[in-house]
Design a protein around this ligand. Structure first.
Ligand SMILES: Nc1ncnc2c1ncn2[C@@H]1O[C@H](COP(=O)(O)OP(=O)(O)OP(=O)(O)O)[C@@H](O)[C@H]1O
Length: 368
């Protein structure tokens, strides 16, 4: 990295500020609350991924942070500054959209330099900044080209360059990779992670791709109908989901959830089959990830319905007392030819959820 690179990196790092949302709510029509009052603190320099199903309010939340939508209530702070009533350009954040519209008649250099020019920055300084950003993003050899002469990934890098050249303390991405093919998405994911490590801007990234969320995020904010289901590290989200919603949203295939009843000693299915010991009474939902189920020997009986060999591993689908159970087994694992599977659910891999609310009940299986 040369001296100019370092100055850009550290300028962005210095400007990174925490984003604090307090009681932030949004209604477009004055009656339906798309976002009920919500509190969250996105730490300075942190990479937060906002994840959730279509229509849950991800873009709305992002646009309120950016200033493209007004909040209906509450406050948004960037560090010590309250920004909810400021115009987007006064907030000091930059945004990269899914449909990153580059100016087609301008060169890559001019596209990246445009906002600096509008801001009245003198030319020598502009050139220096654009060259530094281009170097950071591997665009130095493409500065004279027009967007039409670039690949999808290169265009996306120009859009990112355009966003970071003004050295924002807050960087917002709204599904920036969803128009790219699988290989490019993968490459861009690595580049974004690397870029974030270097510049350290507080970053918010909206997606409905759980792989992007798991690989990029310091913390994932999972939204369900405008409410936060869980806001935690990818590891905690995967291994300690706070609700059935989170458990079923993350993982491919997702966590298996079966209704069970406890008699104070064991948990049973509706047909009476015992699954595991557990000292609780009443109705619950029991969760287990496909890769945590042991196949071969065990007290739990399930009927094999089909098997998919995926190369690295196989996914079995089985009927467990009328519930569909998905099991991931190592490729080539000997599961026999029996239509009846014998399974074990290791207690420390199990998750118990309230039957009504779907919220996790921590500690139901001793070491959770
Ligand atoms: N400008 C608007 N006027 C009225 N309703 C809106 C407007 N924008 C979004 N909505 C509604 O607000 C809710 C949340 O939309 P939003 O776009 O924030 O969801 P999202 O999670 O980003 O969805 P997707 O993943 O499909 O982009 C939806 O019910 C949507 O119909």
């Amino acid at each position: 990295m040369n001296a100019i690179d370092t100055s850009i990196d550290s300028a962005i790092r210095a400007a990174a500020s925490a984003i604090v949302l307090e009681n932030v709510s949004k209604s477009y029509d004055g009656t339906t609350q798309v976002i009920p009052p919500l509190d969250a603190e996105l730490r300075a320099g942190e990479f937060t991924v906002v994840l959730g199903p279509s229509g849950c309010g991800k873009s709305t939340l992002m646009q309120m942070i950016a200033g493209l939508e007004r909040v209906s209530g509450g406050t948004i702070s960037f560090g010590a500054r309250k920004v909810q009533d400021l115009e987007p350009k006064e907030r000091g954040c930059a945004m990269v959209f899914q449909n990153y519209a580059l100016y087609p008649h301008m060169s890559v250099f001019e596209n990246i330099a445009y906002s600096l020019k509008v801001a009245g920055m003198p030319k020598p300084e502009r050139v220096e900044r654009v060259e530094a950003v281009a170097k950071m993003l591997g665009l130095s050899d493409l500065l004279a080209r027009k967007p039409g002469q670039l690949s999808g990934g290169q265009r996306q890098r120009v859009a990112i360059g355009r966003a970071i050249v003004r050295e924002p303390g807050v960087l917002l991405f709204d599904e920036p990779l969803s128009n790219l093919d699988a290989q490019l998405r993968h490459d861009m994911r690595m580049e974004l992670a690397e870029l974030h490590r270097r510049i350290g801007a507080t970053t918010v990234f909206v997606t409905h791709d759980q792989v992007e969320a798991m690989t990029l995020a310091d913390r994932i904010l999972i939204l369900n109908k405008g409410r936060i289901e869980q806001f935690d590290t990818p590891k905690a989200i995967y291994h300690k989901p706070a609700s059935v919603f989170v458990a079923k949203f993350i993982g491919a295939p997702p966590m298996n959830i079966v209704p069970v009843t406890g008699d104070g000693k064991v948990l049973r299915l509706a047909d009476g089959q015992v699954l595991v010991e557990c000292p609780v009474f009443g109705d619950y939902q029991l969760g287990i990830r496909p890769e945590d189920i042991l196949v071969g020997e065990g007290p739990i009986k399930a009927g094999l319905r089909y098997r998919e060999d995926l190369g690295s591993h196989a996914i079995l689908a089985a009927d467990l007392g009328g519930n569909l159970l998905r099991i991931a087994t190592p490729f080539g694992a000997d599961i026999g030819t029996e239509a009846n599977l014998s399974l074990t659910f290791p207690p420390l891999r199990l998750h118990l959820f309230d039957a009504e609310t779907g919220r996790a009940i921590p500690g139901a299986f001793s070491a959770q």
